[in-house]
Ligand binder design. Structure first.
Ligand SMILES: Cc1cc2nc3c(=O)[nH]c(=O)nc-3n(C[C@H](O)[C@H](O)[C@H](O)COP(=O)(O)O)c2cc1C
Ligand code: SF4
Length: 354
């Protein structure tokens, strides 16, 4: 029935069983040292039928943690658990991907267990004031991304997604509101994008042909003076030139600009961001944003808005969303769009799962 959504898709030497992606969504259920738990294994094993599953934001270093129970890949000790996780995802038939992440200023010292926050500039989000990174500090974080990438590849992940969206460290470098530097990492767009491209290049180098490297790129901020969509598209093009295998398009600081919403359709502003980027790059683009039903995903593909459709809360609400899309779409338990999504802290409070 859904001829585009449910058709196999060739992605960089891999064949996805369909074009449905589980986007990274943190369940905050790792140990305090960032290790995989049985709960996490069960959570990802329960998602059935997707072509690509991307594990939630996984910290590349302890001071980059966004939550106390966030997954980590900053130590070799994390590899065995991550290997179990990649294996569990493969067993569902999905290609296993993982997002690697550094929160930068968007955390606090309680969540980092006392470690000082770092950011492009000492501009606070209202939590603790971050320390502006020195050049040596930037080089050290680039290296941490690369070693974390090597670990997740060793664990068996086949898509490495760099978190470059939602106001976290890479997004902070891109945005003129959080990057006030006047050295080679600040000022012009080229300078603000330098960190993103250096992280990408360092990761690509260690990963080689063992996995695909992607970025979840926040192409537009919705704060005054923030990153414009035109500039975000340019960064997407630079990433393509640098060898990105895939791009997962989302928002930067403050979510997607609402004015992108078009009155004549029911696609979210986020999906429109992906559609815009898709017009300017040749590599595959993942689009995301408020897809609740398979019909919507099929239509977005028909319209050429993206190559792969990520279904976030839709799959939290019904982990069998993708499997049911193929057999009994009417039986999908639909996400109710609660604000905020209870899955962040209270998975069992999701009304769609009652
Ligand atoms: C519970 C929850 C956790 C999330 N965690 C992450 C994350 O770890 N990394 C990330 O890039 N986005 C994260 N997101 C954003 C989702 O990946 C997705 O972009 C967003 O929910 C929009 O898609 P949807 O409308 O299909 O839910 C999270 C969203 C939710 C609801
Ligand atoms: S808690 Fe609400 S928003 Fe989150 S998945 Fe469930 S129904 Fe959707």
């Amino acid at each position: 029935m859904y001829t585009k959504l449910l058709t196999k898709y060739a992605l960089g030497g891999n064949t996805l069983v369909n074009r449905i992606c589980l986007p990274p969504m943190a369940v905050w259920a790792a140990t305090e040292s960032g290790h995989v738990t049985d709960y996490i294994l069960q959570h990802y094993s329960g998602v059935q039928g997707v072509g690509l599953a991307i594990v939630e934001a996984t910290a590349v270093s302890p001071e980059g943690r966004l939550a106390k129970l966030q997954l980590g890949a900053w130590s070799d000790d994390h590899i065995p658990g991550l290997k179990q996780l990649a294996t569990a995802i493969k067993a569902t038939g999905a290609l296993p991907g993982i997002q690697i992440h550094h929160a930068g200023r968007s955390t606090n010292r309680e969540k980092t267990f006392g470690a000082e926050l770092v950011a492009p500039s000492a501009v606070t989000t209202g939590q603790d004031i971050p320390m502006a990174l020195t050049i040596a500090g930037i080089e050290s974080i680039v290296e941490k991304y690369a070693t974390a990438a090597a670990r997740v590849v060793e664990a068996g992940f086949k898509v490495i997604e760099l978190h470059g969206a939602h106001g976290y460290l890479i997004s902070q470098f891109l945005s003129p509101t959080s990057n006030l530097r006047n050295d080679e990492y600040g000022g012009t767009l080229e300078n603000r994008a330098r960190f993103a491209l250096e992280v990408f290049t360092a990761v690509k180098k260690v990963v080689g042909s063992k996995a695909l490297v992607s970025m979840r790129l926040g192409v537009a901020d919705s704060v005054e003076g923030g990153l414009h969509l035109g500039d975000g598209v340019q960064v997407a093009r630079w990433l393509e030139t640098a060898g990105a295998d895939l791009l997962h398009i989302s928002s930067g600081i403050g979510g997607a600009p609402q004015q992108l919403r078009l009155d004549h359709d029911d696609f979210s502003p986020l999906l429109h961001l992906a559609a815009t980027v898709k017009q300017h790059v040749r590599i595959p683009v993942i689009g995301v944003g408020s897809i609740r039903k398979p019909d919507q995903a099929e239509r977005a593909l028909e319209l050429g808005m993206a190559d792969i459709i990520a279904v976030g809360r839709g799959i939290l609400a019904d982990p069998l969303w993708a499997a049911k899309a193929a057999s009994q779409p009417a039986s999908i338990s639909l996400c109710r769009g609660c604000r905020p999504c209870g899955h962040f802290k209270h998975p069992f409070s999701c009304p769609a799962r009652q």
